[in-house]
Design a protein around this ligand. Sequence first.
Ligand SMILES: [Zn+2]
Length: 530
Amino acid sequence: MMWADELAQAIEERFAKEIKAKTPLIIRDEKTLSGRVHIGSLRGIVIHGLIGQVLSQKGIKNTFKFELNDFDPMDGLPVSLDKAVYKPHMGKPLFTVPPHEEGFENYPMVFGEELKGVANALGIPIEWYMLKPLYEDGKFNETIRDALDNADKIRKIYLDVSGGGKPDNWYPFSVICEECGRIGTTQVTDWNGEKVHYTCRKDMVTWAEGCEHTGSISPFDGNGKLPWKVEWAAKWKVLGVHIEGAGKDHNAAGGSRGISNRISEEIFKYPEPFNIPYEFFNFRGKKMSASKGLGASAKEISDLLPPTLLKLLMIRKAPNQPLDFDPEGKTIPNLFDEYDRLSDHYFKRHPEPYEAFARTFELTQIDLSKPPENLWQARFSVLSFIVQMPHLSLEEEAEKIKGSALNKAEKEALEIRAKYMKQWLESSAPDGCKYVILNELPKDFSVDETQKNALTKLKEAFNDESVAWDGTSIHETIHKVKEGTGIQPKEIFQPLYQMFLGKTSGPQIGWFLSTFDRTEVIKRLESATI
Ligand SMILES: [Zn+2]
């Protein structure tokens, strides 16, 4: 069974009562908009979104709410920002920081709008919401009161779970300083049931400096916010969350999930949502890290891949397995090939179709309301060759390989693939995938006697004009020569590619040779067998 179906089944069991009562299941995930959203963050969005889609297919009502967190403090300065302009904003809530690009509401929404564009292109139904308005509307007031009233119990939970205790005068709340507007620098030291007492500290954090103001203020209606681990639990209760996974780091022993679970159950009396722990997304073999500048943004990677392949990248492995992505390596060609292999299982072109592969293919589609269309698609190796050959017509060659005309949808699919292919070849493809046709036999070309004999036989066979000059006939001719001489496939294929490309591999050999004139191939074989 495909992993999303397994999870949906477990979810169905746990929430049988809610499902029977037709209560929509709430799925939630979030991202703090402190910088450009990295490709790794898309994994969580797609996992949660896919669960929602699978539940919907089963007739189970659900809503996937994704939080664009605009209330956390600005705690880092991306290198692209003007330091002089943005340094004074360090420590302020993100929503108060001005946008660095025109046409946006504020700084975090520059990143928020970009993320929305990437995720929406994948066809995942998402209800986007911002965090700050929930606080301002008083939605968190009850949990804020519970948290402040139970500050001692929360301190103990931190100590029990993570081993890292909090001082006795620590309260789970951060105020927006009335003097300087910072939230990352304030420390609440008392709570009298109506107001919190706080100090804006100069040295509370390394990334921002407070103004040393001291005051008392109501903690409600947006005057401040709960700290992350307490807030996480509060969000579950406030939004009625049923399902929410989290990355490996949060789920580690002593990590934030463990603390939030206990706060949720013991302080807010709300059960822990159904958890889906998921593994890291590795970029070029390393764990993605915003702080170390490792990785690429979700937008950059989404520009490299058609949406179906981006979705495949994110769902091809179960959440408990790490994902790897290297745009300069084989990841992209492999994704194209994997997509085509999965489609063979779905459309039963594979002799032994495997249900989980077929299902994965089905779920990579952007519009899940209708079954995928059975299209002929050009394989990656072939397509990457055609688009590099200015003398070849994309559509003509595709029709030759298919053996019949392409329909409208197939032509469109071909154009889309070719567009992404060209882009990849120009931007990040390894040299091994780049082809240049040589005008003459390469200088370092050499074959042994067995190979020379086979190539001579092949030249003679090609001279027979009664045999058609197309991919299938050429392939059959090579096969016959191979059988007749007993040569190993590799021994004859390699020089054939080398003659024209200067490298020992290429697209399927019969079709490859058919893209040249018969006389040209014979001439090249002659110079190769002198
Ligand atoms: Zn201040």
